[in-house]
Design a protein. Structure first.
Length: 390
């Protein structure tokens, strides 16, 4: 009887001892698994930071197998696929993530935004537009969705929708989008001008000025409208206002401005304007314009002396080419041959040079763009100042 009693007491003790032992073993294994998970996760991040994307993808795929509920891992993996150009894989991954049961609304919204970016990268703009529009309607992550919609409408050149959604973005975030909206109105104005609808173009330009009173592009388009209508006095005033708004655009403004001066016989005004610009703008364009004006009015010698003195203050390959061209007729024999070689060398040097650069992303271009072809920013393409540039 006593033996049976002792056995009855030992059974619960053995059970509890086994349960605690098993729990400790599970906890140990779980800890090892968490440790392994963390180690792999940070290894993947390290690969990502070091631009070793293949190794990062391999690690993140293994993590996704370890813990299928790790949404952040799937999002990071999908982002990697998209950056590598494997958009189809990114779409499938994000579609799978969106369809998961039990996903929180916040994480589902993030996955939908990622899926929308996949569609945009794949050129499926109609799908992206529908997805972002649904997110805006649900008021879920609306600022991000609105920004994507504005980008889509810019790409499609649907400026009215771009303006509408940019204004909605302003109202939602409290941040001004006025410079960008002004550019959209300038696009509408230029389109109307090309179709001969001058009244409509002027209306759009007024809307651009309401958004951004110092909009350089709106002033330049106003000048062009006046010039095309034969109103060169008004055109010159508009171009002068454009320079006053932003002197950086002098290389783009000077040719049509000088043409309007010439057509109205205002060359004295042109000289005063150019001399004033020399004190505020350190590029070579106003120097070359003044040299040309002096050549026509006072003769080649005066132009060469002015150009020579200016090149000592602001060295320029373009200025050197102009000086060589101006003095070429004065030299003969071997000296002329040397001048020809020098002119060819300077021309080849200029051929490979970017004349403009985006102040935001560094994109270089030979011609001016109002919207950067690389980062899609507006009004950030500026002349490059240097010996071989402006």
């Amino acid at each position: 009887m006593t033996a049976l009693y002792v056995m009855a007491l030992l059974v619960p003790v053995a059970f509890l001892s086994g349960w605690f032992g098993a729990r400790r073993a599970v906890a140990h294994r779980s800890g090892m698994r968490v440790s392994e998970f963390s180690s792999d996760y940070f290894r993947g991040l390290n690969y990502l930071l070091n631009e070793e994307q293949d190794k990062a993808i391999e690690v993140f795929l293994r993590l996704a197998e370890y813990n299928r509920d790790t949404v952040e891992t799937h999002l990071a993996l999908g982002n990697l696929f998209r950056r590598r150009g494997e958009v189809d894989r990114a779409i499938r991954l994000h579609q799978h993530l969106v369809s998961r049961p039990g996903l929180t609304d916040a994480m589902k919204t993030v996955a939908l935004l990622e899926l929308g970016e996949d569609y945009m990268r794949a050129g499926l703009l109609d799908r992206a537009e529908a997805l972002f529009s649904d997110l805006v309607a649900m008021d879920a992550h609306a600022p991000s969705a609105l920004r994507h919609l504005v980008a889509i409408y810019q790409h499609e050149r649907d400026w009215h929708k771009a303006i509408d959604h940019a204004r909605r973005l302003e109202a939602m975030t409290g941040e001004s989008e006025a410079p960008m909206i002004a550019q959209f109105y300038c696009e509408l104005a230029d389109r109307a001008r090309q179709h001969g609808a001058r009244a409509e173009a002027r209306e759009h330009l007024q809307q651009a000025f309401q958004c951004q009173p110092d909009c350089v592009r709106a002033y330049m388009l106003t000048g062009r409208l006046h010039a095309e209508a034969g109103e060169h006095v008004e055109a010159a005033e508009a171009y002068e206002a454009a320079v006053a708004a932003d002197v950086a655009f002098v290389p783009e403004i000077l040719p049509p401005l000088l043409d309007s001066y010439a057509r109205t016989g205002q060359m004295a005004r042109a000289e005063r304007f150019l001399r004033d610009i020399l004190t505020r703008y350190h590029g070579i364009s106003p120097v070359l314009a003044l040299a040309h004006l002096y050549e026509q009015r006072d003769g080649e010698r005066t132009a060469v002396e002015f150009l020579t003195s200016q090149l000592r203050q602001r060295p320029s390959v373009r200025g050197l080419m102009a000086l060589i061209d101006a003095t070429m007729d004065k030299v003969e024999g071997e000296a002329r041959e040397n001048f020809l070689i020098l002119r060819d060398l300077t021309r080849k040097l200029l051929e490979g040079q970017a004349m403009y650069r985006c102040s935001r992303c560094g994109f270089g271009a030979k011609a001016h763009h109002w919207q950067c072809p690389s980062c899609k920013s507006w009004g950030t393409i500026r002349p490059i100042h240097g010996v071989a540039n402006e």
